[in-house]
Design a protein around this ligand. Structure first.
Ligand code: CDP
Length: 203
């Protein structure tokens, strides 16, 4: 059985949490495609040319613990604007999406570019302030001493770069279900995501 769920949206909208819960609910494999761009961004910060880093990326470079920092997030959105970097990561993502047993991919361009034929598409969003509050809590819990205003500025800068790039800009697919999580608890957001996907499965 092949069934692809594409989950896109801006920084810290809740894609990761929702994607993991959705994958668990349906028994599908999950790929956080942001980690691919974060790994390339981290290598750029370490002095490797981004295109070369993308073309030689290895699975052991995808360690979330090392990649979930504010500096790596900014570097990720810079390398993500380079068409050759994106091109180098397409095959891996499409192969993952078409695996037997079902797949959930979350990112920015899954429903628009990587898997335009995905059976279910969600676009998860929330206001910049809500997203910055969530990301700030997450970073502080991880030991960072960054302040809210810096995180909000980072989120807005990254959104602008992701939405305005020429290649695979962040935008909802025309057939995506829009899920605004600004006023939702995690449990409510997960329940609404599962309901939207289940209706696609039945339809
Ligand atoms: O977790 P968060 O939403 O903050 O970011 P992420 O999903 O880990 O993605 C980090 C950066 O990678 C984004 O700001 C995008 O620039 C880029 N990205 C992308 O261009 N395309 C994807 N499919 C996934 C991430």
């Amino acid at each position: 059985m092949r069934f692809t769920i594409a989950i896109d949206g801006p920084a810290a909208a809740g894609k990761g949490t929702i994607s993991k819960a959705v994958a668990q609910h349906f028994g599908f494999a999950h790929l956080d495609t942001g980690l691919l761009y974060r790994a390339v961004g981290a290598q750029m910060l370490a002095g490797v040319a981004p295109i070369e880093a993308a073309q030689t990326l290895q699975a052991d470079a995808l360690d979330p613990a090392k990649l979930r920092t504010a500096d790596v997030a900014q570097a990720a959105s810079k390398v993500a604007a380079i068409p050759e970097v994106r091109a180098a990561l397409v095959d891996f993502q499409r192969a993952f999406a078409s695996r037997a047993g079902g797949a959930v991919l979350d990112g920015r361009d899954i429903g628009t570019v990587i898997c335009p034929e995905a059976e279910a598409k969600l676009f998860v969003t929330a206001t910049p302030e809500v997203r910055a509050t969530r990301r700030h809590l997450e970073l502080v819990a991880g030991g960072s001493s960054t302040d809210y205003a810096t995180v909000l500025a980072d989120v807005k800068e990254r959104d602008a770069r992701d939405m305005n790039r020429a290649d695979a800009p962040l935008r909802p697919a025309s057939d995506a279900h829009i899920l605004d999580t600004s006023q939702l608890s995690i449990a409510q957001a997960i329940a609404q995501a599962i309901a939207a996907i289940t209706s696609k499965q039945k339809g």
